[in-house]
Structure formats: structure tokens, C-alpha cells
Design a protein around this ligand. Sequence first.
Ligand code: GLV
Ligand code: GLV
Length: 325
Amino acid sequence: MAKPRVFLSRELPPDVMRVLRERCDLTANLEDRVLSKAELIAATTGMDGLLCLLTDTIDAEVLDIQPRLKVVSNYAVGFNNVDVAAATARGIPICNTPGVLTETTADFAWTLMMAIARRVVEADRYTREGRFTQWEPMLLLGTDVYGKTLGLVGAGRIGQAMARRARGFSMRVLYSDIYDPPADIVDELQMEKVSLEDLLRQSDYVSLHAPFTEETRHLIGAPQLAMMKPGAYLINSARGPLVDEAALVEALKNKRIAGAGLDVYEHEPKLAPGLIDLNNAVLAPHTASASLETRTKMGMLAVDNLMAVLEGKRAPHTVNPEVYG
Ligand code: GLV
Ligand code: GLV
């Protein structure tokens, strides 16, 4: 039987490339850049499957020109880059990679929290600049993490993984979400459900773990930042548009809050004006899930999703399962 024709929009870790080449008739973008929409449409035309990234916009225009396309497998847990309604209307399953990146992403959100609280990036810069000439009692004083209150906006898999880490730091854990984790997990992790307002007022660290949808755009804007404690920190490893980034820059500039640890940006890869000038922000280039192990697992899961549909089965993770009828 002929192997299905698949387009991959950007190179993935070596083990994933090997499996893809074994299992499909693969065409891949091996240039180290995001394709333009026109390039993506042209490359996908005539393909049975598309394996794409969160930097690819998959909308009705892209889908309409694809008579053969049977599946879009997104190499990410977030799928806000895909117009799911348009795909559903065309009967195309959209797949994602939940679960495999949970711990790696939580590790990184935790890293951002520690890094901003203890001023690790500033300390590194200071040391490299040759400014460390003696121990000083007031040098680079930060804020404790241990024993503080962590507020999780979103208590899905990654939020729960944060709560688990917080146990080891003797933290009080608050969460706000429209869904609740299973009762035994809430019990085990001693997570307290509160309103978003109460969470913002009480937390020393506010960490975002919600998906980006039209409802969650600017979940954290100027009014929410104003509710936070002056000594509090905001951590965002979820999606940039959850935060009104211009309002955040203002709040950081005016020391309305103590600092921020960011992995994602409202208009990434662009940063809001003024953000790079602030010492009270630690900035990463959307690398929370970037360990070789996890990026390989995400790739394998994306391939499993893709191949299942191409073999006439249900994919392990479909965000619009109603297409299976
Ligand atoms: C990464 O940002 C993802 O959604 O997997
Ligand atoms: C990620 O896997 C999440 O849903 O939090």
C-alpha cells in the first residue's frame, strides 16, 4: 500500500524525523524558518496529512484549498493557531499533544518563578561583568519562594503539576478555574479554590496555566494587575494574549508589582515596547516545553495522532472529536 503523503512544516528532533520517514511519504520544510501562509498552502496541497506547529496559522483559507487533507496534527498542547470550527465544518480532525509536556512545562514555570524571585539573571549579568569584588550584605536581595502563596490561574494538568511542586516548598496553593481537578487531587495537593479576584489579592506568585481562547484574552489586564500585592510576581508560561502586555509593562515600570517571569508574549515573537528595558522581568523565548526528551515525545505523539487518522482510526488526542461522527 502506498504510504500517505504528509507535509511537516518544520524540522523536529531526529527520532521523530526517522519515524515520520518510515511511516509516510514525507515532504518537510527543512529551512530553519516559519513558512509564509502562501508557502504553507502550496506545500500542503495534495497532502493527506499536515503536521504543523503553533507558529503556523491554520484557518479556513488554508483548509479550503486542500481537497485531500484528512488530518491536521499540531505539535503543541495549545491549538489557538488553528480555526477549529473551520476544520470541524470540513470534517477534519485537529490533534494536539497534551500530557507529555506537562512536567517539563511546569519545571520551566517553576524556573521562571525562582529566577525572578532570586534575581538569577541579574546575578549572572553582574558576575560576568566582573562586578563581584566582595560579599555584600545587601547585594541582589530577592524574595523567598518557600512558604509563600502560589495562585494558579488554571488547574489543568500543568497547574496541578505546579501545585505538586509547591508542596515541596511548603506553599499555600490557591487556584481559580471553571473546571475542578479530581477531588482526590485537590485533597492530596491541598489546593484551595478561590475567585480570580481573591487569588490576585492573596498570592505572592500568580502563575498562568489556562488555554488561550476569546474568553481568556487579557484575563490579566490593568484592573487585575492592580489587585495584585505590590510584592507579587506574575509568571506566564501559557499563552501571551492571556495578559495585556502593555499594561504589564506599565505595572512593572511603576513597581505596581514586583516582577514577572515570561515565556510567552502577546504578539510573539515581538515584545511590548519597554519590556526589554526592565530588570524586574525574566524573559524566555517560548521554551517551556523545550527539553530534548519532551520535544521528542511531543513529536512521537503528533505522529501517532497523524497516522491514526490516516489509517482510518480515531487519533489518541483530537480537539474536535465530533468529526468522527
Ligand atoms: C507549547 O506552547 C504548546 O502548546 O505545546
Ligand atoms: C497541559 O497538558 C494542560 O492541559 O495543562
